[in-house]
Design a protein around this ligand. Structure first.
Ligand code: MSP
Length: 504
């Protein structure tokens, strides 16, 4: 049986959930839902990154101790996850005991393998990025990301990252699909080729983190702790356990381009050093701007996903996020673009198709799915296009081409709308020739079969709206397996109603 392990980054708790968080979680959810419908065994992991200086400072600013602050903030992220209908299997908090144990076990494994040594770190650190920077990277007192940096000097444990330069390059050469899209893979390769320095992996100036085993004056650098979450959720250190064995080889990490280096350089190096294979694939998506500007608290232009959902509906937002921008590239959010997509793709294209066919069939076909007579060439062509989606969409999802997935479904929606215009079932209805009424039944059958395909395939994108269409069509079998059997004539239809209202 196919398995899939799909992860989102774990989100920092220093502020409220925003569109960036919603984006990755929706993308992961679309993939998870797709693979479940395809019959795969899926584990979908998300959660929160609760340690480190950034969260500790946010807690301090709120006048709370970090744990109480995290307990309060995590509720917002759980609420977001529920509100966007993310079908996660595990929500992991890095403050959970099992995670502390996993992170400490990984540390010990690295230590036993001679990968960790003690020294002193002296260099730049940006709390906002939770990242170390080289002197050469600092421009006008800031990190390349624009984050303020501070000079840090403290006793620290180091990981022998420099030793992993060659093994990482060899690994990526042997596994060309391990980092996507290709441009990001090239970035990672040139970064590694530029030379890797050993990495400071512990801190002593604060204690909000996982204690270093055997040396409790140190807490782990938040990224070594955070990255471990991906294996904590599979029962690490029990690498021989069923969960680990089944899911780790099928791991897919989704994350934004800003945190690619941590995932594609540090994480595989830690894993290889601990005798664990690197993740199967890392997909790095782009960033959303808002009306052309970078979203930031100080500019006051951060998009509030909750307000959008309340105004436009969840499924419309989910569809927009997946359809608007090729997954992997940067994109721009504007309310106008969202409204435009809702009106054109949802209300006009899919909504109209479903509404006009289903209400016509309900009224004029005895409230049930009509029986087809002989199929014409046009009928067969349209049915073949719908059937062919199976293979096309599988390839899209296998390469995380989420926008292409939408486009390919909508190609068929467009064909179906043209078919309605050409076949004119309403004219057939008015004809006095009894053959025309028979033909009308066939045309409606073809259309309902195509709508069934479309609505089954839109379930990962728009679970609720698709369910409404499938309800109206009287379909209770909704997995891809169901599409192997032709639509059953005689199935009762439910009273139709519009699923995608136009936005005025
Ligand atoms: N805690 C780390 C991840 C640890 S994973 C082991 C972290 N958290 S975060 O909350 O700051 O960011 C989470 C994700 O949100 C990242 O993938 C980041 O790329 C994404 N985004 C933040 N702003 C974004 C946009 N404006 N647009 C798209 N994604 C954005 O980093």
């Amino acid at each position: 049986m196919t398995t899939r392990y799909i992860t989102t980054p774990i989100y920092y708790l220093n502020g409220e959930p925003h569109l960036g968080h919603v984006y990755t979680t929706v993308a992961a959810d679309v993939l998870a839902r797709y693979w479940r419908l395809a019959g795969a065994r899926v584990k979908f992991l998300t959660g929160t990154d609760e340690h480190g200086q950034k969260v500790a400072q946010a807690a301090e600013a709120a006048g709370e101790n970090p744990k109480a602050y995290a307990d309060k903030m995590v509720a917002l992220f759980l609420e977001m996850t529920e509100k966007i209908n993310a079908s996660y299997d595990v929500f992991l908090r890095t403050t959970e005991e099992r995670h502390h144990l996993a992170a400490q076990a990984l540390w010990k494994k690295l230590e036993d393998a001679g990968q960790i040594y003690q020294s002193t770190y002296a260099g730049w650190y940006a709390v906002r990025d939770e990242a170390y920077y080289e002197e050469s990277e600092i421009v006008e007192g800031r990190a390349p990301t624009g984050a303020p940096v501070e000079w840090m000097e403290e006793a620290s444990y180091f990981f022998r990252l420099s030793a992993w330069e060659r093994p990482l390059l060899d690994y990526y050469e042997a596994h060309p699909q391990a980092i996507a899209p290709i441009g990001r893979r090239n970035e990672v390769l040139s970064f590694i080729k530029g030379g890797l320095r050993d990495l400071s992996i512990s801190r002593t100036k604060f204690d909000w983190g996982v204690a270093v085993p055997g040396d409790p004056h140190h807490v782990m650098y938040v990224w070594i702790d955070a990255l471990t979450n991906y294996i904590t959720a599979l029962g690490y250190p029990d690498v021989d356990g069923e969960e680990f064995q089944e899911f780790w080889p099928e791991s897919l990490h989704l994350l934004g381009k800003d945190i690619l280096r941590f995932h594609a350089v540090y994480w595989p190096a830690f894993l290889m050093a601990a005798d664990i294979p690197p993740p199967k694939r890392i997909f790095s998506h782009g960033w959303w701007t808002h009306d052309g500007e970078k979203m930031s608290k100080s500019l006051g232009n951060v998009v509030d996903p909750f307000a959008l959902i309340d105004t436009y509906g969840l499924d419309s937002l989910r569809y927009f996020l997946m359809r608007e921008v090729p997954f992997g590239q940067d994109g721009n959010f504007s309310e106008d673009a969202l409204i435009q997509r809702i009106n054109s793709d949802l209300a006009n294209d899919l909504g109209n198709l479903a509404q006009r066919v289903l209400s016509f069939a309900y009224k004029n076909g005895g409230g049930q799915i009509s029986s087809p007579e002989e199929f014409s060439r046009e009928d067969r062509e349209l049915l073949a296009k719908a059937a062919h989606l199976h293979e096309i969409l599988h390839n899209d999802m296998d390469s995380q081409a989420l926008q292409a997935y939408c486009r390919h479904i909508w190609d068929v929606v467009g064909e179906a709308n043209r078919y309605v215009d050409v076949q004119k079932p309403w004219s057939l209805k008015k004809s006095s020739d009894p053959q025309d009424l028979v033909r009308m039944g066939t045309v409606l059958y073809v259309l309902m079969e195509v709508i069934r395909h479309v609505a089954i395939y839109t379930q990962p994108l728009m679970p609720e709206a698709s369910a409404k269409i499938l309800d109206q069509l009287g379909q209770s079998e909704r997995t891809f397996e169901a599409l192997k059997t032709p639509l059953k004539a005689g199935t009762p239809l439910s009273e139709p109603f519009p699923v995608f209202p136009r936005i005025a």
